[in-house]
Write a protein that binds this ligand. Structure first.
Ligand SMILES: [Zn+2]
Length: 698
C-alpha cells in the first residue's frame, strides 16, 4: 500500500511533464550493450526529475534500514547502505561526466539547482541518529563478526564518517560544531571570491610597442585580444591569470614591467581593502583548531591526515625535510647559474624572483637546444594513445578494441572495449581528447559507472578520460608536445585504476582511495611514456613513420632535470606553509605575514624564490579541499618513483612485477590501508631516493 501511495504522489507531481517522464531513461534499465548510457535518449529535462526521484528513493531505503526490526548486522545495515541510492548514483554519474565534457548554461543551471539538494541530502544521512546507532552497534561488535578485509574497511569508513562529523558529541557540542562549520563555509567561500575578484581587478596595460620586447607573436596576439575585450583599442593587456603572467615573466625583456606584474601577483588580497584575506585566513586557521579540539584531535592536520596514507603530521614533515635539503641546494646552484648569465649579458643587478622565469628560459635554450616544435611531429595523438594501450598490453595482457557501434555523447569521442588476456570483458573506455567550448579546462578521469559486485551480480566499469588538446583543422593530424603526451599517459593510468578494479562495494572501488595515494597509478604511467624503449615504439614521425631519433630522446631526458631545484623549492615551501598553518595547537589569531615569514625562515627559504602560494591567495588550503594536503603530490611521487624502480630492477614489463602491481594496487581500490597495499606489492616501504634521482636532486 505504501508503495502505491508514493507512486500516486510522484504521478501527480509530474502530471505536466508526464508524457516526457514516461520515457525518462534513468527510470529504466539500459538495454544498450554493456549498459552504456543511451546518450541519444537522455535529454536535459530528464536530470532534475531523476535526481529528485533518486534522492526520494534513497531516503526511503535508508528509512527502511533504520526501521528494520532485526538487530543491526553487517548485511542489514552496511551492505544495505551500499545497495541503496542506485538511481541517484546512476543519474549523478552521467550528469557529472557530461557537465564536465559537454556543459552549457542549462547544465550549469541544473547543477546549481541540484547541488544544495544533494548536500542537504548528504547531511540528512550523516545526522541521522538512528542510522548512526545501527552502524555503531555493528562497529562495536566488529571483532566478533568474522568480516572479510573489505567488509571491515567498509564498516570502519562508514563509522568514521559519522564520528568525524560529530555524531559522538553531546548536543551542546554538536551545536557548537555546526556553528563552526557554518562560519568556516562562509569564510572559505569569501576567501575564494576575493582571490577571483583580485585576479580580475589587476591589469598591466601596455601602449608602447617597445614594451613588448622579447614576447613571442602568439603572446602579443593574446594580449591584444585581451585589451580589445576590455575596451583598450590598439593596446595590450596582461593579467594575473597564470596563462597571461607566466609567458610575460618568461619572455619579457622589460625588467621593470616584470617586477611590476610579479609584485601585483604576490601582493594579491593583502592591500587592506575589501578584498583583503589576511584576517580571514587567520580566522579559518583559528576555527579549524577549535573544531579539531572539539572532535578530540590535537590539530587540524591530525584530523585530516588520519584519513590519508601519511596518517600523522610528523610523517609529512619527515618526507618534506628529506626532499627540501637537496632541493634547496640545487636551487642555490641554479640561482648562481642564472646570475652568471645576467653578468654575461653585461647587466649589473642581482637576480630577483621576477627574473627567474626569464633567465631560466634563456639558459634552457642555450644548454639543450630543445623546443616543443622539434618533438611534436613524433607525438601524433593516435600514436600516443596506441602507445598507452601498448604499455597496458605489455604489462597486463589487456586489449583495447575500438567500438564504433556503441553510443557516444560527442562525435570527437572514441569508445573502446577493454578485454582481459583470456578474452573476457573488463569494461569500456571513453577517450575524449579535444578541447571545445563546452568542456572545462584541464585533464581528468571520470566514470559513467564504477566497478562493483553486489547481490551476486558483476557490474563492469565505464570510464572516461578528458584532455584539452587543440583540434586540428581539416585532415591535419593532432601533434602533441611531450608534456601533453605525458598527460595522456597520466590520465590513462587513472583509467586503468578504474578499469582493473575488482571490488565488492562501490564505496571502496577503483579510484576511491586517499588523496596522497590516488596519483600513484597515474604518475607511474608517466615513467613508461618517457622510457626510450617505449618511445621508440610509439613516438613515430607522423609523415615518415621514423621512430624518434636517439639524439632527441637524450635531449628530452637531459632537459627533464632542468630547473627542478626551483620547481621543487617553490612547491615544497607552499606545502610547508600549509602544514605550519594546520599544526597550530592553540586557537589564536595570527599576524599572517609574521607567521608566514617565520615559516619560511625556519626552512631557510632563499630570497630569489617566493613560495608558490602566499597565505592571502593560497586557495587550495583556505578555499579548496587541500588543507594539510598540499604535500600529496610529492607523496604520491615518492610512491610512483619507488614503484617504477621495481620494474627497473627487473625489466620494463616484468610479468611478476606487473601482476603484483595489478593484484595489490589496481585491483584493490580503497579496500585496505594504502601502505599495506603498497608493501604487499613492493615487499617494503617506499624509499625517497628514486624521486630525488628522477628530479636530479642527488
Ligand atoms: Zn592525476
Amino acid at each position: 500500500m505504501k508503495k502505491l501511495f508514493i507512486f500516486i504522489m510522484i504521478a501527480c507531481l509530474c502530471a505536466v511533464t508526464c508524457t516526457k517522464q514516461e520515457k525518462n531513461p534513468f527510470f529504466s534499465e539500459w538495454k544498450t550493450e554493456f549498459s552504456v548510457p543511451p546518450f541519444d535518449q537522455i535529454q536535459k529535462e530528464h536530470y532534475i526529475p531523476a535526481f529528485e526521484k533518486g534522492i526520494e528513493q534513497e531516503k526511503k531505503e535508508i528509512e527502511a534500514i533504520v526501521e528494520n526490526k532485526d538487530d543491526p548486522n553487517f548485511e542489514n545495515t552496511l551492505e544495505a547502505l551500499e545497495e541503496s541510492g542506485m538511481l541517484l548514483r546512476k543519474v549523478s554519474n552521467v550528469f557529472n561526466v557530461l557537465n564536465g565534457s559537454m556543459t552549457d548554461e542549462e547544465m550549469q543551471k541544473i547543477d546549481q539547482q541540484v547541488t544544495p539538494l544533494l548536500s542537504n541530502h548528504r547531511d540528512d544521512i550523516l545526522f541521522n541518529e538512528g542510522l548512526f546507532q545501527r552502524i555503531k552497534t555493528v562497529y562495536d561488535q566488529r571483532d566478533q563478526l568474522d568480516l572479510t578485509q573489505e567488509q571491515s574497511t567498509l564498516l570502519e569508513k562508514y563509522y568514521k564518517d559519522f564520528v568525524r562529523g560529530g555524531a559522538n558529541l553531546s548536543q551542546e557540542k554538536k551545536d557548537e560544531l555546526r556553528k563552526i562549520n557554518e562560519e568556516l563555509s562562509n569564510l572559505t567561500m569569501k576567501f575564494g571570491q576575493h582571490v577571483l575578484k583580485e585576479n580580475n581587478r589587476y591589469e598591466l596595460v601596455i601602449d608602447n610597442k617597445d614594451d613588448l620586447a622579447g614576447l613571442p607573436q602568439s603572446v602579443i596576439d593574446g594580449a591584444l585580444k585581451a585589451a580589445e575585450d576590455r575596451g583598450y583599442e590598439g593596446k595590450w593587456v596582461f593579467t594575473l591569470h597564470r596563462s597571461s603572467i607566466t609567458p610575460f615573466l618568461t619572455y619579457s625583456e622589460k625588467r621593470n614591467l616584470r617586477e611590476e606584474i610579479f609584485k601585483a601577483y604576490i601582493n594579491r588580497c593583502s592591500h587592506g581593502d575589501e578584498l583583503d584575506n589576511k584576517e580571514i585566513a587567520s580566522r579559518i586557521a583559528y576555527l579549524r583548531v577549535k573544531r579539531a579540539h572539539l572532535l578530540g584531535y590535537q590539530t587540524h592536520a591530525h584530523y585530516v591526515l588520519e584519513e590519508n596514507m601519511a596518517k600523522k603530521p610528523e610523517n609529512v614533515y619527515d618526507l618534506m625535510n628529506q626532499i627540501w635539503e637537496p632541493a634547496l641546494e640545487k636551487a642555490k646552484q641554479e640561482s648562481s647559474e642564472l646570475q652568471d648569465m645576467i653578468n654575461e649579458e653585461g647587466k649589473d643587478f642581482e637576480l630577483q624572483p621576477w627574473d627567474w622565469w626569464h633567465y631560466a628560459e634563456k639558459l634552457k635554450k642555450k644548454k639543450f637546444d630543445l623546443s616543443d616544435e622539434m618533438v611534436k611531429p613524433y607525438f601524433e595523438l593516435n600514436n600516443v594513445r596506441e602507445g598507452a594501450f601498448y604499455v597496458a598490453n605489455q604489462l597486463y595482457g589487456i586489449e583495447f578494441a575500438e567500438r564504433t557501434d556503441l553510443p557516444k555523447y560527442h562525435p570527437d569521442v572514441k569508445v573502446f572495449e577493454v578485454k582481459d588476456k583470456d578474452g573476457s570483458h573488463i569494461g569500456i573506455f571513453f577517450a575524449d581528447y579535444y578541447s571545445r567550448a563546452s568542456k572545462r579546462g584541464g585533464a581528468w578521469m571520470n566514470s559513467f559507472r564504477k566497478q562493483y559486485r553486489l547481490e551476486g551480480k558483476d557490474t563492469t566499469p565505464v570510464v572516461t578520460n578528458n584532455l584539452n588538446l587543440t583540434k586540428p583543422s581539416g585532415d591535419n593530424p593532432a601533434l602533441l608536445t611531450f608534456s601533453e603526451a605525458t598527460t595522456l599517459f597520466h590520465e590513462f593510468g587513472h583509467a586503468l585504476h578504474g578499469l582493473l578494479s575488482d571490488c565488492t562495494y562501490p564505496r571502496l572501488s577503483g579510484t576511491s582511495v586517499p588523496r596522497d595515494f590516488v596519483e600513484l597509478p597515474s604518475q607511474i604511467m608517466e615513467h613508461w611514456a618517457a622510457e626510450p624503449e617505449v618511445l621508440k615504439v610509439y613516438a613515430k614521425h607522423y609523415q615518415t613513420e621514423e621512430p624518434i631519433p636517439q639524439e632527441l630522446i637524450d635531449k628530452i631526458e637531459k632537459a627533464g632535470h632542468f630547473n627542478q631545484g626551483f620547481v621543487t623549492v617553490e612547491y615544497l615551501a607552499a606545502a610547508f606553509l600549509d602544514m605550519d598553518w594546520h599544526t597550530l595547537t592553540e586557537p589564536k589569531e595570527q599576524d599572517v605575514f609574521q607567521f608566514e615569514n617565520k615559516s619560511m625562515d625556519k626552512i631557510g627559504m632563499i630570497p630569489e624564490i617566493v613560495v608558490r602560494y602566499r597565505t592571502p591567495y593560497f586557495q587550495h588550503i583556505f578555499a579548496g579541499g587541500y588543507s594539510s594536503g598540499y604535500y600529496s603530490y610529492i607523496w604520491s611521487e615518492v610512491l610512483d618513483c619507488d614503484a617504477f624502480h621495481a620494474f627497473k630492477e627487473t625489466s620494463l614489463f616484468d610479468e611478476a612485477t606487473a601482476n603484483a602491481f595489478r593484484n595489490n594496487v589496481l585491483k584493490k581500490g580503497g579496500t585496505q590501508d594504502p601502505m599495506v597495499l603498497y608493501k604487499n606489492f613492493r615487499g617494503k616501504e617506499p624509499e625517497v631516493k628514486y624521486l630525488l634521482e628522477k628530479r636530479g636532486l642527488k
